[in-house]
Write a protein that binds this ligand. Sequence first.
Ligand SMILES: N[C@@H](CCC(=O)N[C@@H](CS)C(=O)NCC(=O)O)C(=O)O
Length: 231
Amino acid sequence: MIDLYYYPTPNTWKASIMLEECGLPYRLKPINIMDNEQFAPDFLAISPNNRVPAIVDHDAPGGPQSVFESGAILVYLAEKTGKFLAPSGPARVSALEWLFWQMGGLGPMAGQTHHFMRSAPEGNDYGKGRFTKESTRLYGVLDRRLGVAEWLAGDQYGIADMASWGWVYFHRMHGQQLDDFPNIARWYFAMYDRPAVQRGIAAGRDATDPPRPPFWDAPENFVHAKATQAP
Ligand SMILES: N[C@@H](CCC(=O)N[C@@H](CS)C(=O)NCC(=O)O)C(=O)O
């Protein structure tokens, strides 16, 4: 059994989607980051950077294994199951390139864009402008990649796609529209249709109290239905 320390956000969705895709049994351990539960000593022992997601694999060969950082969790689960990451060769190189691109680029920059768009004091547009511009650049990078490859690692769906998808789900919070990125739109909706993706994002919806931040359900913040934006 795997424990998934969870709050429903794009970073934790990476882990829940991968667990669902692999068919691995897991238990949700809600960490309410709105109530600072991420700073509790028990959680810090598993996730020293006080962030979700983290997992504990109770069936690891040498005894219970904890893993923090969503990218490390994806690689760990891929290596545990032999799924969604090529064992060697160019497809593995591509997967890791795009995974690290998401971890160091799209995630942090889109996160800052979201922060400045929602929380910057009125009249202070510097951060908003800087990070929206960088998000636009990164969405352009993603769109070009998906114009020459079906999935981020090449012709096989895998962990790099799982890493980026949840962030693109909130593209409107990054000042972006899928109409401007037709290759991203094609990829986004192909993943949206996967039952394991739907289960992965539904998994922790009500696992916290309150269940999720109010912006989560604001129609302007995310894509409700394929019909609204499909190219
Ligand atoms: N690089 C980390 C980032 C994780 C992260 O930022 N998690 C957020 C939720 S999306 C969090 O736990 N925030 C709690 C806090 O800021 O104290 C990863 O990918 O796992």
